[in-house]
Ligand binder design. Sequence first.
Ligand code: ATP
Ligand code: PAF
Ligand code: BAL
Length: 316
Amino acid sequence: MSTEDQELPVFTTAADMRAWVRKQKKSGRKVALVPTMGYLHEGHLSLVKAAKEKADVVVASIYVNPTQFAAHEDFDVYPRNPAEDRDKLAAAGCHAVFEPDSLYVSVPGADGESSNVVGRESGHPGSHETFVTVERLQRPLCGGSRPHFFRGVCTVVTKLFHICEPDVAVFGRKDYQQWRVICRMVRDLDFPVEVVGMPICREPDGLAMSSRNARLSPESRERALCISRGLAWAEKAVAEGAVSEPADVAAQLRGRIEEAGGTVDYVELLHAHHLSPISDLTSQPVLLAVAAHFPARDRGTTHAANGHGSKNSQSV
Ligand SMILES: Nc1ncnc2c1ncn2[C@@H]1O[C@H](COP(=O)(O)OP(=O)(O)OP(=O)(O)O)[C@@H](O)[C@H]1O
Ligand SMILES: CC(C)(CO)[C@@H](O)C(=O)[O-]
Ligand code: BAL
């Protein structure tokens, strides 16, 4: 289905989306894709703006991709507001939206259930079973606590690339490892796509913008500022020579986050391109990556009951 007669065309099938893109390309237009999971904020819109500078037409996709979520994670409660998202994309000058219902074949099992969330699959032999993995880069950082995550991301981004056939794809460096993993996948699998990584957009008080911030309780929202403040502290401390060992930087930053009530997923200093361990801070370029959970406002959900809250991850 498509609503191409509207000002901002919204496509819900791969065939309609691909036909529209091919028409643009036949007219000599360069196409950029901004993949998102919706519930858009200024960070997403900064990617649309960058995409407009790199191409003639910009497609944004809105899809909460089940294969990057495990059964115990927040797929069901991930914030969604497609109507508002479309308005924001139209205002930002986006040219088309890809909003599929599902991108995977999922055949119901004997109990009638069908899902592509990892661990909830029906197990039916007719269901989706092809995945893309970037073997080494997907392992550290987010791959530690979410071992299924990048397999899902790479698979859905591959599908989006095949459907939207972009010349350029724009990602945010808030999800730094994701950007590096996709760059590696594009290189290794010869996708004819230029991958662009854009800087982190922050709230005026420093918190990295993130769709999941909407799930933070007001107190957690305040406490989560320890991440951006901690990153700023680390940058200054290293520049001034007050701390010189990677392990000391990580330990002190971890302490600050835990003191503020956060549950640290990781605080790590790694080689910024290969995401491999570094033994000293002169091995440039260095990535300082942080992810931490803070209690969510909807404490009744499985997510909060598991002791996790909304996650804010960011890197410098
Ligand atoms: N603050 C931000 N600055 C720049 N890019 C961002 C920012 N937040 C998200 N992005 C980018 O937008 C794209 C879509 O991300 P997504 O829809 O998952 O939003 P998100 O805010 O990262 O959500 P989540 O809360 O799940 O982490 C990704 O490339 C992501 O890196
Ligand atoms: C790249 C992406 C859209 C794939 O689902 C998602 O991981 C995200 O929004 O960062
Ligand atoms: N941008 C992050 C996507 C996720 O956590 O699933």
